[in-house]
Design a protein around this ligand. Structure first.
Ligand code: ADP
Ligand code: ZN
Ligand code: MG
Length: 496
């Protein structure tokens, strides 16, 4: 964690930060939440619009069934209870990118409540972060402040995003450090990606986060006044923004001031937050039930149907893979970073003689080469099928690890597919027992000292002989056979 720098540590240590996050996630439905317009990022401005999402008088909303299913799926994945009957409400406010003058959202009866995500705390122990609610709502359009010849004097409006279905996921004020907030967001995003309800692309605004933060004296029984930091478009920046905002609030309190409840904007270039506007109270939105939409009913049967699409979630999958393949937690984390890769890996591992060897090759041979070459797995000359082939060749002793490394290097240098290259360059392996024994005899005769050591009980010297014979064979002796024959020959000499 970057350190909070300007205030002395003993001052910082007096205070306990409290953080709660509100995350907006765009759902990847084909059409918008309440109309048939395409739900798609970008596009010529104001082309994915219709009377409903433009808020023209008389146009009526019709709820998108898929948006409900995605909301339920996301809610279930974060352990929420689904409310059988939820209600849409109007959240009234004026803003140029919202032509209706209100946002259709959910207020006192959201579709889902009472979930949780588990994050590691500062000591690495699991800590439960409560999720207050997940509700369905619609996105607003976009004000375009830059990029036009007259941007200095005009703002343009693009309403393509208007009516895009969103879920808002509100956490309890259970987070205590910017690091915990970072972990929470990382895990939430990972879970949502696994469910497939959103691409969670922060650059395109598919996932956006408002961070609420307050500080109180340690041991106090009431939370301090919170500020809300908006407009932060990466998890790392959110962590920095929180660090700075915590320090700012402590500074205010230390000088005898009061923290005001307000929204603040993070300026990444300057590394500080700015006051944006004092926060409207909830009642200022004049919430009332949306008269144009009936109660949303998601009965038990529909919930069960939707839940069938729930995949094994990242945390459970990692635990299972650790047990099933006997791999380290860290390796399991790497392999499950995306659901697509984890699926591919497991499909491949199933075909291999030794899934563990596949993992070992992936993590210790392939990943470093990909990193050095700046390639993603999808661009790798060694595909997962190639890794399985390589693992099997090692397992059967048809390839020594040295030979394999050379082949991998050649693939990465030329970009040729591993399997194809192996077929062509297949090292001429010597699996003829007589030929290998002859070479072993030669090496034994030339290394009297090591022979004596072995016969004296130092069995590890066998590796020396294996290495020497391998060299003599120009790396072509079948390693499994070679190992076996070396030990047999040396043992046959008897103790010294
Ligand atoms: P508001 O009515 O201002 O929207 P909410 O009670 O709905 O406030 O909470 C919004 C978010 O702020 C939630 O994520 C919640 O956990 C968090 N939060 C509430 N009170 C505090 C506090 N004192 N300090 C930090 N976060 C808080
Ligand atoms: Zn529309
Ligand atoms: Mg609120």
């Amino acid at each position: 964690m970057a350190t909070l720098s300007a205030l002395p540590p003993e001052i910082l240590a007096k205070y306990q930060p409290v953080i709660g996050l509100e995350v907006h996630v765009q759902l990847m439905t084909a059409s918008k939440a309440f109309c048939g317009c395409r739900n798609e990022y970008g596009g010529e401005p104001n082309t994915h619009v219709c009377p409903t999402c433009l808020g023209l008088p008389g146009a009526l909303p019709v709820l998108n069934r898929k948006a409900v299913e995605f909301a339920v799926l996301a809610a279930r994945a974060i352990g929420c209870q689904i409310r059988e009957r939820s209600v849409f409400s109007r959240k009234n406010y004026f803003y140029p990118d919202s032509p209706k003058g209100y946002q259709i959202s959910q207020f006192d009866k959201p579709i889902a409540e009472h979930g949780a995500i588990v994050v590691p705390d500062a000591e690495g122990r699991p800590k439960r972060i409560g999720i207050t609610r997940l509700h369905l709502e619609e996105d607003a359009g976009k004000s375009l402040h830059d990029g036009f010849a007259d941007s200095a004097s005009r703002t343009y409006i693009d309403l393509n995003r208007c009516g895009t279905p969103l879920v808002e996921i509100v956490s309890e004020p259970d987070l205590r450090t910017p690091d915990e907030a970072f972990e929470y967001l990382t895990r939430l995003k990972e879970i949502l990606l696994y469910t497939g309800v959103s691409d969670c692309n922060m650059e395109e605004g598919s996932l956006r986060c408002d961070a609420n933060v307050s500080v109180m004296l340690r041991g106090a029984d009431r939370f301090g006044t919170k500020a809300e930091v908006k407009n932060v478009n990466s998890f790392r920046y959110i962590r920095s923004a929180l660090e700075h905002e915590i320090e700012r609030q402590i500074g205010v309190l230390e000088e005898g001031g009061r923290v005001v409840q307000e929204s603040r904007l993070w300026n990444n270039a300057e590394g500080r937050t700015y006051s944006m506007r004092s926060k409207e109270q909830a009642h200022d939105y004049r919430y009332f039930p949306e008269p144009d939409l009936p109660e949303l009913v998601v009965g038990a049967e529909w919930q069960t149907e939707i839940s069938k699409a729930l995949p094994e979630l990242p945390e459970a999958r990692r635990a299972r893979m650790v047990a099933q393949y006997g791999i380290a937690a860290q390796d399991a984390a790497t392999l499950t970073a995306t659901r697509a890769f984890a699926d591919q890996f497991e499909a491949a591992a199933k075909l291999a003689k030794s899934p563990r060897r596949v993992v070992a090759l992936l993590t210790s041979e392939l990943t470093p080469r990909l990193r050095a070459a700046g390639l993603e797995m999808e661009q790798s000359p060694v595909t997962l099928a190639g890794v399985v082939l390589a693992a099997d060749l090692l397992e059967s002793g048809e390839l020594s690890s040295k030979q394999l490394k050379q082949l991998l290097d050649t693939c990465f240098a030329s970009g040729e597919d591993f399997a194809a290259m192996y077929e062509r360059e297949k090292p001429q392996q010597i699996s003829d027992t007589g030929a290998i024994e002859a070479m072993i005899d030669e090496v034994i005769a030339a290394n009297e000292k090591q022979v004596l050591q072995y016969r004296g009980g130092k069995k590890t010297v066998a590796a020396f002989f294996v290495g020497q014979v391998m060299r003599l064979s120009k790396g072509q002796a079948n390693p499994a056979l070679l190992n076996e024959l070396v030990v047999k020959k040396l043992d046959a000499l008897g103790p010294a």
